[in-house]
Write a protein that binds this ligand. Structure first.
Ligand code: HEC
Ligand code: HEC
Length: 210
């Protein structure tokens, strides 16, 4: 994946920043707790994420997804899935392991409150047009409102970064990331009738949404 090296560097920077913060907390006589930062507010915790995910979780992209404005339940599931290794990742697995369940809950609530900022990105207008009715037919049942729905564990797709949609869809299809049975059925149907081009068209459609 391009940018992996950049992520590694960012991660090193992050680790350093965290080490500094916890050292400061210790020097103020704070008791050692399993949390990286004892009693940190949601905003303090989120500051560590915004470094990669952008201000209030609106990513400058393209390989790092928007998280501000996602559904809280979805955010919690993702973080727990990254931490357990159930959801494949380049770096989130290592990051998510550093947070307690309570911190994850607070982070999820914090990001769910933010406004979703659709990515300003290039897309293939022809493919996006082809993808619109396919998204309606195969995905809209759950990803309602043209992929804008952020509720009941459903992630926003409208205006998510296209490279991220591609990476994560490839993980789903290869079986590295597990799809819900019902989503799998729909994705398989789409692939059977329209092939990879059909799926790409659907992703271009979501990427085109503002
Ligand atoms: C060093 C950069 C970096 C930092 C710091 C970071 N992330 Fe991520 N995040 C990523 C990348 C890259 C991905 C894509 C998955 C992967 O490859 O790890 C991602 C994916 C995610 C996703 C999945 C979103 C989706 O739509 O599927 C969530 C949720 C998330 N991060 C939350 C957080 C939270 C909360 C924090 C802070 C505790 C955080 N991230 C810190 C880089 C980062
Ligand atoms: C039966 C409901 C359902 C259908 C139909 C469905 N999805 Fe999903 N989708 C989900 C749920 C729930 C999640 C989040 C939880 C998970 O990872 O399984 C999700 C997650 C995703 C993600 C990951 C987004 C992220 O930020 O991590 C993508 C991409 C996606 N779906 C694309 C599609 C596409 C494209 C279609 C149509 C071909 C589709 N889905 C149809 C329920 C559905």
């Amino acid at each position: 994946m391009p940018g992996r090296r950049k992520h590694t560097l960012l991660l090193a920077g992050l680790a350093l920043a965290l080490a500094t913060v916890s050292a400061e907390a210790d020097s103020h006589g704070g008791k050692k707790k399993p949390e990286l930062i004892s009693g940190a507010s949601a905003e303090m915790l989120a500051a560590q994420c915004d470094g990669c995910h952008g201000p209030n979780g609106a990513s400058g992209g393209p390989a790092i997804p928007n998280i501000g404005g996602h559904d809280a339940e979805f955010l919690m599931e993702q973080m727990k899935g990254f931490a357990s290794g159930e959801i494949p990742s380049t770096i989130m697995g290592r990051i998510a392991k550093g947070y307690t369940d309570d911190e994850i809950k607070r982070l999820a609530a914090h990001y769910a409150k933010q406004k979703w900022v659709p990515a300003k990105q290039k897309f293939d207008a022809g493919l996006a047009k082809m993808g619109a009715p396919l998204a309606e037919k195969y995905c809209e049942k759950c990803h309602e409102d043209g992929g804008r729905k952020a509720d009941e564990g459903i992630p926003v797709l409208a205006g998510q970064w296209l490279p991220y949609l591609h990476f994560t869809m490839a993980d789903f299809i290869s079986g590295k990331r597990e799809m819900t049975k019902k989503m799998k059925k729909r994705v398989n149907k789409l692939m059977k009738s329209k092939g990879e081009k059909g799926l790409n068209a659907v992703l271009e459609f979501y990427a085109s949404q503002q």
